[in-house]
Design a protein around this ligand. Structure first.
Ligand SMILES: Nc1nc2c(ncn2[C@@H]2O[C@H](COP(=O)(O)OP(=O)(O)OP(=O)(O)O)[C@@H](O)[C@H]2O)c(=O)[nH]1
Length: 603
């Protein structure tokens, strides 16, 4: 909007670990600046997806524009850009940081610095953001702001002399935070006369208006009606809606360098306007795009099969719809000898996978069987080809391959000292390579390991949480592919190989995993009228074998005295249990069996 010179704009975001109070603080800032009136204040305004609110996590980033009259008497525009709080979405976090000049680093004064906070602070420092430390929750009796300040200084090396003590809940420190944003965060550079470059930091699909794009104008001016060119996708569109988020959408005619806004341009799918892409004008293109564009590559894959084969087309339609709004979701049809027709789907990480699954089941009413997550393996064949395999059942035979490589990640954990031994054991068991350990204040420790991603996606996070009684936190990033002696483990049920249960494991662990899998499946697959053998094999060699004995007793025999309502209840319970089963040959296999690998006692 023309009336705001760049010197009176401040663009900032909030960096915080989950639950340290980011959303509560954002709400307070919106209230204190009168952006949202108290009575229309929905709790946690910025997290507006139901699923997000239910789980209390921020998935999609958004922005809010606030007008603030500072102590110097001047009117400022403060743009708060929200960032997602989970490692799966770290690329989106990095783009939203680039759209800012400063960040509030919110740390729970009764807890301390956590792994995820660290990762995002380093990203902010790399991007030269001005960081304002905020010690939140000082109203809590256990708050120790001095200790936590010491920790921030020690771990991050950040000068905390200007740290602000706050309680988002009680509204303490909110004015100080707003003043600090104005005083300490630099205004955006005034590049209004340069060619238009605007950075996309988020987008979502609206069924009436097409994709709505959130962006920060870095250089130049953008007007309603302009024809825009997206520098990475190469696509062109005409802007039919331009506006700011205050925090609901409000239309404006133009936006200048330094401003944050949204646009609509009849864009069909978010994949056409990806996060990180640069918007420029068709008639006066910028010479080069803004740096740092990357396509989000799926790292974790799983199979999704409708329990009822008739739902295959519904599943396809649901995935098509989700894809409009999720550029990182990949899928392609898959046929499994055991499961029939379904899709192989790719995700950024486990949380992303869970969110998609939940939406398919909840919003599209699909009953799905989902197979265990797998990472993408790189196979070099004897002919020298390089193949990327995201489905263990597709692994080329040992006779055709020269080697297999798997993705590795660097994992940073922060934990109270007491749990260090247990977490080191967990990491060693998961083929981890110890890299570093540092003692912090108050008996807290950072641990750094390099681990195969495959070992991290199979419940590493849950194990870490349970071994540390919920106190440890972690963060990981991909560091590349490494060769390992990996083999394919096949599972046979009743003599039939079940392709959806095949997995790729390290040779040294194959025997244990095979045995544990056979035992677990024996536990999870219900008894049938006949004996069901279960075998685990590598190539033609059977390495573990179990069997489920035939069913003898009638379940109803358990009921006494012909109590009909009780009988009904039991039958209903059985029918419900059946819903989540897939027939593999003549054997009914429940959903849990396909996830058995996540529940093996091998951690
Ligand atoms: N006592 C106290 N509790 C607070 C304060 N700020 C936030 N909380 C509580 O801490 C919990 C987490 O707060 P949120 O604002 O949802 O945390 P968040 O960082 O946004 O969490 P994510 O959205 O999951 O990233 C909620 O139960 C809040 O009510 C505070 O200053 N004092």
């Amino acid at each position: 909007m023309t009336d705001v010179p760049a010197v009176r704009i401040r663009n900032f975001c909030i960096i915080a670990h989950i639950d340290h109070g980011k959303s509560t603080l954002a709400d307070r800032l919106l209230q204190a600046t009168g952006t949202v009136e108290d009575r229309q204040m929905k709790e946690q305004f910025l997290d507006n997806m139901d699923l997000e609110r239910e789980r209390g996590i921020t998935i999609k980033l958004q922005a809010a524009r606030m007008n603030y009259t500072a102590k110097d008497g001047q009117q400022y525009v403060l743009n708060l850009i929200d960032t997602p709080g989970h490692v799966d979405f770290s690329y989106e976090v990095s783009r939203s940081l680039v759209a800012c000049e400063g960040a509030l680093l919110v740390v729970d004064a009764s807890q301390g610095v956590e792994a995820q906070t660290l990762a995002n602070v380093y990203l902010a420092l790399e991007n030269n953001l001005e960081i304002i430390p905020v010690l939140n929750k000082i109203d809590l009796p256990g708050a120790e702001p001095e200790r936590v300040i010491g920790e921030i200084e020690e771990i991050i090396g950040l000068d905390c002399s200007g740290a602000i003590l706050a309680s988002a809940k009680e509204g303490i420190g909110i004015d100080e935070i707003l003043e600090a944003v104005v005083e300490r965060i630099p205004p955006p550079p005034n590049t209004i006369n340069e060619r238009l470059r605007a950075l996309i930091f988020d987008s979502y699909y609206d069924s009436y208006r097409g994709v709505i794009v959130y962006f920060r104008v870095m250089d130049g001016t953008l007007k309603k009606g302009d024809r825009i060119h997206l520098m990475a996708s190469g696509k062109e569109f005409e802007i039919d809606e331009l506006g700011v988020l205050s925090p609901t959408q409000k239309q404006v005619d133009e936006l200048h360098a330094g401003e944050v806004g949204y646009l609509g341009a009849a864009i069909k799918a978010v994949a056409d306007a990806r996060v990180g892409d640069t918007i420029t004008l068709s008639k006066a293109k910028a010479e080069s795009p803004l740096p740092g564009y990357a396509e989000a590559n799926p790292m974790v894959f799983c199979g999704m099969f409708p329990i009822d084969a008739d739902q295959f087309e519904d599943l396809r339609e649901a995935l098509e719809k989700l894809e409009l709004n999720d550029a990182a979701l990949h899928y392609e049809p898959e046929t499994s000898s055991a499961m029939g027709f379904g899709f192989r789907c790719g995700f950024l990480g486990l949380l992303h996978m869970e969110i998609v699954q939940e939406r398919l089941e909840r919003e599209y009413n699909l009953d799905l069987i989902i197979t265990a997550p797998s990472v993408v393996y790189k196979v070099i064949t004897l002919k020298g080809e390089e193949l990327y395999i995201d489905n263990p059942s597709r692994l080329p035979s040992p006779n055709d391959r020269e080697r297999i490589e798997e993705p590795y990640v660097q994992v940073e954990m922060i934990t109270p000292e007491t749990y260090v031994g247990s977490l080191m054991e967990l990491s060693q068991n998961r083929r981890g390579i110890f890299k570093d350990m540092k003692y912090l204040t108050q008996g807290r420790t950072t641990l750094t390991y390099e681990l195969p991603l495959a070992e991290v996606v199979t419940d590493f996070f849950d194990q870490m949480k349970s071994r540390s009684r919920g106190y440890a936190s972690m963060e990981y990033h991909i560091i590349g592919y490494r060769e390992n002696p990996l083999v394919k483990l096949d599972i046979m049920i009743n003599g039939d190989p079940v392709d959806s249960l095949a997995m790729i494991v390290h040779r040294d662990k194959a025997y244990n995993v095979g045995r544990a899998m056979a035992e677990k499946l024996k536990e999870l697959i219900p008894r049938h009228q006949f004996k069901v053998p279960i075998q685990a094999s590598i190539g033609s060699k059977v390495i573990a074998s179990e069997h489920i004995p035939a069913l003898r007793k009638d379940v109803l025999a358990k009921c006494y005295g012909g109590d009909i309502s009780r009988k009904k209840k039991l039958l209903q319970k059985q029918a419900k249990g059946k819903k989540r089963m897939k027939s593999v040959g003549t054997v009914d296999v429940p959903q849990e069996a396909f996830m058995a690998v996540l529940r093996l006692d091998q951690s």
